[in-house]
Each structure stands twice: as C-alpha cells, then as structure tokens.
Design a binder for this molecule. Sequence first.
Ligand code: ADE
Length: 247
Amino acid sequence: MNISVLTLFPDIIDNYFSHSIGARAVRNGHFNIDIINIRDFSLDKHGKVDDTPFGGGAGMLMMPQPLFDSAEYIKGKHPDTKIIYMSPKGRVLNNNLARELAQYSSITFVCGHYEGVDQRFIDEMVDMELSIGDYVLTGGELAALVSIDAIMRFIPGVIGSEDVHNEESFEDKLLEYPQYTRPAEYKGLKVPEVLSSGHHAKIKKWQREKQLEETLKKRPDLLDIAELSEKDRQYLDKLRKSKKTTK
Ligand code: ADE
C-alpha cells in the first residue's frame, strides 16, 4: 500500500514515521509513505499558497493552484489513489472505516491549513472528506496522522502478534479489560490473583467479565452493537441488578 500526504508541514509527518511502530512498518516495507510539500508546487515566486476569501471573512484560504498541481503529481505516480481531504465536515473515522481504508492500494491525505481550502479543489479532486471528531484543529496534519495510525493497524504485518488480541477485542465492540505487568505488588497495590493462577480458562472468564464491566461503566452505548453471548448477557444483567441494589 502507498500512503501519500500533501502538507505544508512535511516535518510533522516525517517525524512521526521516524519513530516506533510506524517507522518499523515503513522500514519493513508493509507500506510506503510519500510526503509532499504543497508549497513546492506554488508557481508564485515567493512560494505563496494562501489568499483572502472572496466575499470577505476572517483568515486565509489555501489557493487552488498548488493543491491541484500537487494532487495531479500524486495521481501521476499513483493513478488509482483515493484522495482524502482532512476536514471536520467529513465522515467521522472509526475502526470499521479504518479497516475499509486499509484495503486501498493507494491513499493520499490532504492536510489543510489556515481557514481551509478553495472549494473547487474539494469539488474536483477530493474523493472523500474525513474527520477525526467533532472539534476543529488548526491543521489537518494531526488528523491525517491519527487516521494513518488507525489504518496501518489493519495492514497485515504492521502490528506484531503480541498486539493481535487488541484487534480481536475491539472486533466485538467491547472495551479492553485492564492489564498489569510486574511487579505483582506496587505501593501495596496487588495485581488480581487470578492472573497469576496459570488457570487459562479462569483468566479468560475474568478478562471477559472485566470487558463487560468496563463497557457497561464507560461506554454503555457500545453494548447495543456488541456481539454478546448468552453468558455475557446474563453477566450484564447481574451487574445491572447489583448496581441497583447498591444505590
Ligand atoms: N482539520 C481540522 N479539524 C479537523 C478534524 N476534526 N478532523 C479532520 N481534519 C480536521
């Protein structure tokens, strides 16, 4: 898979892919990252990329020419690329959408700045607008990085086998169970005994129950869409009843 990022701040993206799992994934060839500075495509002798909006209003807009030309350049390299403009107006990213996007052979993220981009670029060149949540960032770079991070987890080989259970647990729409590492006691706080029992079935049962407890407490909305067994439902009923009686 090829991931391109069109940005006015290439160092932000480059820095991210110099560290940790992203760097390892690129080094191991699980995907390729192509970072393009939109300013390099400006035909203005001072490298200007923004201008004031027609009709007035505060702030500056990114001009169409450098955006069109940089996107055309990427399309020349990757003719089948899907162009995604990061915007709070877009479809909101979730795990299912990240998995869907991971199936493309090429994605190009376009990061806006200032008050946004000329609408003609969106109308003509953009396949999809993507948001990472209902808040407004000062630029699209962090949103593109968040999206790429979520997407790359679905590219085979990017996360090691040690992380696979994370994927599986979100697959059934429940929150993670709590986890602990050494030491077994820290500042008088003990790790739940069952986890050192070596009893695999008991550990699994404890982890499932904790997932149900966490989800009921923090994201009860997820229980409407979660894949639950009869046993899960019985445990949830028990939790709800005990909550009522302790009130
Ligand atoms: N650019 C500014 N805010 C954004 C958001 N919430 N999601 C994606 N891109 C953005």
